[in-house]
Design a protein around this ligand. Structure first.
Ligand code: NAD
Length: 279
């Protein structure tokens, strides 16, 4: 499943929409100097400027106090030129992540992590949803993967990938199983999956013998190894799966494209032009 090609098309659509909507603003906040976060932020800014979104790159020192960070967020909430706000996670340990996420105006919360957006997703209502799950659903739709009544197994239960993608699959009428670090027999669950989404961060956690013949496999994992960038699913599973996303070139590009789309949705919402990616 070619995430690059679809992401390119989505970015072209977003660019067109932005040309019609007028100027959009996306602000990112990075606290500290985590090198991986730095790479992600730079990619997001490059992609944003390419489609005509003005991006604001706020960098704060690792020792920033919670009050200072909350003040910065409040200023961005009040700034009418900002449509989307993204706080890069993880935050340094002395900062209360839940409190910081709650401080972002839900209508500018392009990461979809605010409890209001997470709650709307739980209730099956249209809302801002984390970009990676939105990208995964777009890939499944692009390849006409049947979800109605299908067995969908999600490995990983993070707030940013596992839980939201499980909700979207449920909304698409799949029978959803969520596996995690305490799951007793992972292979037993994955072998039952018509659609398998793996988001753990563990190279080759899922091997070919854990995949059902013809299944659709979405590998979200990004692991830096001596052999280069690899996912969570052994590449040998490509021979068993009917469809599978490569790493890199699968979910990664879709996440960036979906973030841009989420920003357009947030802008439309603020301009009373209702439309959500998970609609
Ligand atoms: P996380 O660390 O927040 O969550 C990992 C999850 O994996 C946890 O819920 C945990 O219960 C589960 N887990 C751990 N060990 C397990 C095991 N042995 N068996 C089953 N489940 C197990 O991670 P995350 O933020 O959800 O990210 C997961 C991976 O996806 C990482 O590699 C991350 O880099 C990658 N990621 C990629 C993109 C992308 O755009 N491609 C976006 C987000 C995250």
């Amino acid at each position: 499943m070619d995430g690059r090609a679809l992401a390119e098309r989505i970015r072209a659509e977003v660019k067109q929409e932005i040309a019609e909507l007028g100027e959009l603003g996306l602000a990112t906040i990075l606290v500290g100097d985590d090198p991986a976060s730095d790479v992600y932020i730079r990619r997001k800014h490059e992609a944003a400027s390419e489609v005509g979104i003005r991006s604001h790159d706020l960098r704060l020192p690792a020792e920033t106090t919670e009050d200072d960070l909350l003040e910065r967020i409040a200023a961005l909430n009040a700034d009418d030129s900002i449509d989307g706000i993204l706080v890069q996670l993880p935050l340094p340990e002395h900062l209360d992540e839940a409190r910081v996420i709650r401080a972002v105006d839900p209508v500018k919360d392009v990461d979809g992590l605010h409890p209001l957006n997470a709650g709307q997703l739980y209730l099956g209502r249209p809302t801002l949803v984390p970009a990676t799950p939105v990208g995964i659903m777009a890939l499944l739709a692009e390849y006409d993967i049947a979800l109605l009544g299908a067995n969908a197994v999600v490995v990983g239960r993070s707030d940013i990938v596992g839980k939201p993608v499980a909700h979207l699959l449920l909304q698409a009428h799949a029978t959803v199983t969520i596996c995690h670090s305490r799951t007793r027999d992972l292979a037993r669950e994955t072998l039952d999956a018509d659609v398998l989404v793996v988001a753990v961060g563990h190279p080759a956690l899922v091997t070919a013998d854990m995949v059902k013949q013809g299944a659709t496999v979405i590998d979200v994992g990004i692991n830096r190894t001596e052999a280069g960038l690899v996912g969570d699913v052994d590449v040998a599973a490509m021979d068993v799966a009917g469809h599978m996303t490569p790493v890199p070139g699968g979910v990664g590009p879709m996440t960036i494209a979906s973030l841009l789309r989420d920003t357009v949705c947030a802008a439309r919402f603020r301009r009373n032009m209702f439309a959500f990616p998970a609609d």
